[in-house]
Design a protein around this ligand. Sequence first.
Ligand code: 5GP
Length: 116
Amino acid sequence: MAYDNNNVFARILRGELPCVRLYENADTLAFLDIMPQSVGHTLVLPKAPAEFITDMSDASLAATILSTRKLANAVQQATGAEGLLISQFNGAVAGQTVPHVHFHIIPRYPDVPLRA
Ligand code: 5GP
């Protein structure tokens, strides 16, 4: 399917919609999830347009994974989380709701369930 240039993350990347920006480099952007499943829930995405992980170039995927690791360290330090759930969904049937590739970093705390 063709990439939808007007999806919400494409609009955030173009600066048309606001976000709480945590990190940015030439290839990636990270910001807080608007409906966090736990405190510090962070999204990391490539700037290059791609709906699914299988659409990404090797370089874009490598940059996004490296940014995800960097943010994972920073988020864990900032939140004091005991662990991190890192996930990435491809296709509505798999739970993807925004058609621009993104990695979730979801801090986990003892005895605190994820918000729905
Ligand atoms: P998915 O289900 O596609 O893997 O996750 C999409 C995520 O994007 C959801 O966790 C949702 O809360 C988040 N989200 C959707 N729209 C916005 C938005 O406008 N701003 C931000 N910061 N997050 C969004």
